[in-house]
Design a binder for this molecule. Sequence first.
Ligand code: HSE
Length: 297
Amino acid sequence: KSIKVSVPATVSNVGPGFDIMGFALNVPVEEMILTIKQKPEIKIKKITGDKNKLPFDINKNTATVALKKMLDKLNTNIGIELEINKKLNSGSGLGSSAASAVASVFALNEILNKPFSKNELLEFALQGEAVASGSIHADNVAPCLFGGFILIRDYNPIDLIKIKSPKNLFCSVLHPQFEIKTSDARKLIKKNYTLKELLTQTSNAAGLVTALLKSDYELIKRSLNDVVAEPARAKLIPGFYEIKNRALENGALGCSISGSGPSIFAFSKSLDEAINIGNEMKKVSSRYTKKNIIYVS
Ligand code: HSE
């Protein structure tokens, strides 16, 4: 028995929502074929599209770590073989490692006739993703699994809130072709913040959620300010502030780093604008980074 699944790329943090907000793009990040085997072992048969970077060691690959957590809970040791086809490089800031963890547990759950709820699958996937990023954060895993825009109100126990977003909200993503490891980028985040920074971050996060719910584009524009991740990580992305300014000059409602970078996302109201903004961001980034890819969603 075999199943093939495809899972989406995700943008996490979304400006002021460090570790608590993310949304799914309609850009596939990974395809996976999961096959049930006689021999009771978990094995990765093939990985393509990753430039030989991802581990075959089942204790290190996010897909198999998540699967192991799921099998432990089921208390069985069925045989599983995976074929992973990456559509985006890892270390892109677009939730590639989260996607592997989600794809594997989602695929197994389907093949076993859904013994687990999506919330339970989320727990397994989170533990899988933690091996790549060095921390538990659901802002890629949750939107990858549930789709749409997700707020993680709490982690213990996990409390996810699906946020309706405006019908006409488009996203341009610039992916400069180099890798940033989430675990490295997390080391740059300060541990302590002033009261003023706390207020800026919480008021913007609240503003962004309200703006999405009310389809208030002007409020989206005012609410993407991030004082936690962006100022700490901008230096990792050559030309970041120039790229951001170019997006804003071309009508973007807001622009920031996607996850831990190097991808950069920008919101806009129409597909034409989103394509134009993507092209403009690429022009600026090309001065600093040789190869750049844009996605529009
Ligand atoms: N919220 C996480 C971070 C996402 O910014 O470190 C990483 O993909």
